[in-house]
Ligand binder design. Structure first.
Ligand SMILES: Nc1ncnc2c1ncn2[C@@H]1O[C@H](COP(=O)(O)OP(=O)(O)O)[C@@H](O)[C@H]1O
Ligand SMILES: [Mg+2]
Length: 277
């Protein structure tokens, strides 16, 4: 082994070791320059590779955004079509059927027949109510006609009828309507959050707020229920949940940010902030 000789250089001057091959070839400076040139070529190559990987990532991200936007649009259009078909067609036919049954009732039928007609009328009414609710859940007309705040109020009322919990709704600065796709985004996030609170939280109170601050709109849904370990969601592993993933995706599509915070026993809070314009 070549041990460096002590005292070979003046004090203070840094000793440079050329590679073994250079020492053999005899001109360490030239070999050093060669190595530096090689390293700088490798560095350039790595930089080029890095740039092309970045390009690829950007391309994939762009494709993903476009693709998921299309999927969300399709989902929303299908829901709207289905809601209209259910309400405008099936609903109307059933309303007609109910009126026919009422006509029959008036015709002074015998006891048994009258009873059967009455029962059929009741079943028809149940079906009309079911169709009305399902159609509203798919795509509430109030959202298109009156906007996000009245649609939120109506959704909160529907949920309050289903559960024991009290839901408080507060809104501020929301006088002007948002673009339809933004209203849809926030409405769907609200719907999913309330559904989750009702399904999993066993909460006593749920607080919903919709606030416009400057050029941002903030939706927040908080419950005081069971909670869960929301850290598992950020672990990067595929948790298999779709509701929360879809809420995030919708927020990203709207150019906003999404947070969900929860701990077992400490309730859950969901927040989505998107640009108003
Ligand atoms: N408000 C909540 N309170 C308690 N647990 C919740 C709440 N929201 C979500 N979770 C938990 O997070 C999981 C994932 O929710 P989500 O992504 O909406 O999927 P899904 O509702 O289909 O299970 C739920 O299964 C539930 O365990
Ligand atoms: Mg869910």
């Amino acid at each position: 082994m070549n041990k460096p000789k002590r005292g070979g250089k003046p004090k203070g001057q840094k000793q440079m070791h050329a590679p073994e091959s250079a020492q053999k070839s005899g001109d360490p400076m030239m070999e050093l320059r060669k190595r530096i040139a090689e390293l700088s070529r490798s560095k350039e190559m790595l930089e080029r590779m890095n740039a092309s990987i970045q390009d690829e990532i950007e391309k994939i991200t762009r494709h993903h955004l476009i693709f998921s936007r299309k999927l969300l649009e399709m989902l929303e259009n299908d829901r709207r079509d289905l809601a209209m078909m259910l309400y405008d067609y099936a609903g109307q036919v059933l309303i007609g059927l109910k009126m026919d049954l009422e006509e029959l009732e008036k015709k002074g039928l015998g006891g048994d027949v009258l009873e059967s007609v009455g029962a059929a009328k009741e079943k028809t009414s149940d079906l009309i109510e079911f169709i009305r609710k399902t159609s509203r859940k798919l795509r509430p007309t109030v959202l298109d006609n009156l906007g996000l705040v009245p649609a939120t109020r109506s959704l909160v009322n529907d949920f309050e009828k289903r559960i024991d919990a009290r839901i408080d709704f507060f809104s501020a600065g929301m006088e002007k309507r948002l673009a339809p796709e933004k209203e849809t985004t926030l409405f769907r996030i609200l719907q999913e959050s309330l559904e989750n609170s009702v399904r999993y939280a066993s909460a006593d109170r749920i607080y919903v707020s919709l606030i416009k601050i400057g050029d941002r709109v903030l939706l927040s849904v908080e419950d005081d229920g069971n909670g869960f370990d929301s850290d598992v969601l950020s672990g990067g592993s595929n948790t298999g949940t779709t509701g929360i993933a879809l809420m995030k995706e919708r927020t990203v599509q709207a150019g906003g940010e999404f947070w969900i915070e929860s701990q077992p026993g400490k309730g859950t809070s969901v927040m989505a902030e998107i640009p108003a314009d």
